[in-house]
Ligand binder design. Structure first.
Ligand SMILES: [Zn+2]
Length: 367
């Protein structure tokens, strides 16, 4: 092949590429100058419509949702629990009179030993495969009952790992949700109730009760009177902020009311379904105080913030944009109010506080 003949066409080709690049560059410049927008304060915005602009005035120091955080707030000592044996991958904690908590320091479940067998409460998939081994550390009796705290897969999705269990107890709503889910890892309950159910096995008792929708319809209270232990999953997380959007509460007024109901219960040990340690009455008091402060901060922010203030005039008839801007500014105010008191009191404050403010504000507006 004669490569000499290739030289001229290649140069022409190169010139065409340069010319095309110049034309393209000019088009981009023109497009960007067309998209320059004047904000209400008269400043010229250099960003494309829909992209992030300059921050709102008085933004709190806690990073907003979607912003990258280089270093999160330290977890307070009060939120930490006993260490986990990495070889075993779970930890057993005796709660009194043959009642145990099992945890992988992320999830929590319980089991209760009676004369003829064992009652298991929840089977988180993160360690359900080791649950039989954990039980075998303290008894060789068979699992006769399984109780579902609620239908969510992250707490009971390991149920199939236990093999056949003769009796599975849950609330009616949990059965309905599981029938819909058709998940082979979460077998349907064999015994359901609507209001209260007292499980008496040998000399042991578990009082199950339903307090209406909050986190998820069908989520129940499980109380062991002899051990003064109450298990309610995904409502109060000892030492920590609730998970985002108030632990994904499907009914926020119901969720707030349930924390108060938990407060009035006569337990000494609380099992919340998550994190490394069990809780106490003081943990529930603290969570209740936080929710109370969140509610007032969100209410004050909604009342003190004016809609459309500082918006680009061209967006003022864009209803969704008006609410987005309003709720952003009310949430910024709410986060700012809560930060001085709460950022060092509950672990994960920075992770979830914006979500809590958004969730509470929406609930206050429409519930
Ligand atoms: Zn849940």
């Amino acid at each position: 092949m004669d490569f000499g003949k290739m030289k001229i066409p290649f140069r022409l080709y190169l010139r065409r590429i340069i010319a095309l690049t110049l034309i393209l560059g000019a088009t981009v410049l023109l497009w960007s100058s067309l998209s320059l927008a004047k904000t209400a304060t008269g400043e010229v915005s250099k960003v494309a419509p829909g992209a992030a602009g300059s921050p709102y005035p008085n933004m709190p120091p806690i990073a907003a949702i979607g912003e990258r955080v280089d270093k999160y707030l330290d977890v307070p000592e009060s939120a930490k629990g006993p260490p986990l044996d990495p070889v075993k991958g779970y930890r057993l904690q005796e709660l009194g009179k043959d009642l145990y908590m099992v945890t992988d320091n992320g999830y929590q479940s319980m089991f209760l030993i009676y004369e003829q067998g064992v009652v298991v409460v929840d089977a988180p998939p993160s360690y359900a495969a080791k649950l039989r081994k954990a039980i075998a550390e303290v008894t060789d009796k068979p699992i006769t009952h399984l109780i579902y705290s609620h239908a969510h897969a992250d707490h009971i999705g390991g149920a199939s790992e236990l093999g056949y269990v003769p009796v599975i107890i849950a609330h009616d709503e949990t059965k309905r949700l599981l029938a819909r889910a058709k998940d082979p890892h979460r077998p349907l309950p064999t015994l359901t109730f609507s209001d209260r159910y007292s499980l008496k096995v040998g000399s042991q008792v578990l009082e199950l009760s339903y307090h209406g929708p909050a986190h998820e319809p069908g989520n129940i209270f499980i109380y062991a009177p002899a051990q003064k232990t109450l298990m309610v999953v995904d409502v109060v997380i000892p030492g920590w902020m609730p998970w985002r959007r108030l632990s994904l509460a499907q009914d926020i007024p119901g969720y707030v009311a349930q924390i108060e109901e938990i407060r009035r219960m006569p337990f000494e040990t609380f099992v919340g379904g998550h994190v490394a340690r069990s809780g106490t009455h003081a943990d529930v008091e603290l969570q209740s105080e936080f929710i109370h402060d969140l509610r007032s901060a969100a209410m004050d922010a909604l009342n003190a913030t004016k809609a459309r203030e500082g918006m680009d005039p061209r967006d003022k008839d864009n209803l969704w944009a008006v609410f987005d801007d309003y709720l952003d500014r009310t949430s910024a105010r709410c986060v700012g109010t809560l930060t001085p008191k709460w950022s060092t009191k509950l672990a994960g404050f920075d992770v979830n506080v914006w979500d809590q403010c958004y969730a509470m504000e929406e609930s206050l507006r429409i519930d």
